[in-house]
Ligand binder design. Structure first.
Ligand code: UD1
Length: 340
């Protein structure tokens, strides 16, 4: 049985991926600082899968600890590196926090992998690396534009760090997964998206508004060059996204793959506007969303959606769940979490 180390494994995408890994028969160890997640996620993972992953709480910025844990965890076959800060807004106001954390943690992980002879890495990247693309949908070969935020820069630089490390001759093979907009929750409603404080992202803002935790959703602008004036994104169910990590790990562990470094877009291939998301949410949950149109949010791009053909054909992965499935699961999670 292969053992996978998941950094950020109690976080939103990390916890869903841990569930899929355990269900697929992998052993899992988690490293998380709990900076943006809760320890009870481990109980929740255990309730879903009947298995409890090993857990190490520390900050990956501490190089010595990272090396030591990788050493202690002798027998790790691959690493999935999720652990990073992810608020676009916060990164604009506190760029060093983002550069220091997101880049140092990645370098420490790679350093720990080299020292402990772990060969395979899956990295959490983002469609943010494309900025506002000139043509849609975006393929993996679409140009990398200047990032709109320090958060976006850290994802671009992280991809570069991995490529440079591999080019330097170390024995590591990596897959970078560029996520579009992950949303939704596990069907058990045991795990889901639980941001600290006021959410930045659309779906937790919608579910918290309907749950009565927030008074009103602000729709950031309806004067974009899109059919209804609101921005378009490719929203992908987090469980579909989590399954892609299992596929990527199997590809790395299987000696048949071709390259030392690969990149895949993970999206559905469909774009939805903010108003379409709200309308779909209302239709599948039978609840109404109290919202108002406000000013644009600075740094928002107008529209982006994925060409996921490469992931479909080469990785053998395809998003299966609909926007409605994802929104209903997000609401079920919010309801269960708040005992509604
Ligand atoms: C951004 C990043 C993404 C990152 C994610 C993590 C870009 C292009 N994307 O996603 O890489 O992983 O943050 O936080 O930089 N909206 C509202 N009201 C709200 C919240 C959002 O109208 O209260 C709208 C936004 O204007 C946007 C859409 O909803 O059009 C989605 O926003 P959000 O969920 O924050 O995700 P992105 O900004 O696309």
């Amino acid at each position: 049985m292969s053992k996978i180390l998941v950094s950020g494994g109690t976080g939103y995408i990390g916890s869903h991926t841990v569930v899929e890994l355990l269900s697929a028969g992998f052993e899992v160890a988690i490293i998380d600082s709990l900076a943006n997640s809760q320890i009870d996620v481990l109980d929740r993972i255990e309730r879903i899968t009947g298995k409890r992953p090993e857990f190490y709480q520390f900050d990956l910025k501490e190089r010595h600890d990272t090396r030591a844990v990788l050493h202690e965890l002798d027998g790790i076959d691959a690493v999935i590196h999720f652990a990073a800060y992810k608020s676009v807004n916060e990164s604009v106001n506190n760029p060093f926090k983002y550069y220091r954390n997101n880049l140092q943690s990645l370098m420490n992980i790679i350093d720990g992998m080299i020292r402990n002879k772990v060969k395979y890495l899956v990295f959490s990247s983002s469609c943010t690396v494309y900025g506002q693309p000139d043509t849609l949908p975006v393929t993996e070969n679409s140009p990398i534009k200047p990032a709109d935020s320090p958060y976006g820069s850290t994802k671009q630089i992280s991809e570069q760090i991995i490529q440079d490390a591999i080019r330097s001759g170390i024995d590591i093979k990596a897959i970078a997964l560029r996520y579009f907009n992950p949303i939704g929750a596990h069907e058990s409603a045991e795990i889901g998206e639980l941001p600290n404080g006021e959410p930045d992202n659309l779906i937790p803002y919608i579910t918290q508004t309907v749950a009565g935790v927030r008074p009103q959703l602000k729709v950031f602008g309806n004067d974009y060059n899109t059919p209804d004036g609101t921005p378009i994104r490719d929203y992908i169910h987090v469980v579909d996204l989590a399954k892609a990590h299992v596929t990527a790990i199997k590809r790395l562990l299987d000696s048949d793959y071709k390259s030392n470094y690969e990149i895949f877009n993970l999206g559905t291939g469909n774009g939805s506007s903010v108003l379409e998301v709200i309308n779909t949410f209302e239709a599948v949950t039978n609840r109404s969303v109290n919202y108002a149109i406000t000013e644009r949010r600075s740094g928002d791009i107008e529209k982006i959606w994925a060409d996921a053909t490469l992931a479909n054909t080469e990785l053998g992965w395809k998003a299966k769940k609909s926007l409605g499935d994802a929104l209903l699961s997000a609401w079920n999670w919010e309801k269960k979490y708040r005992n509604l």
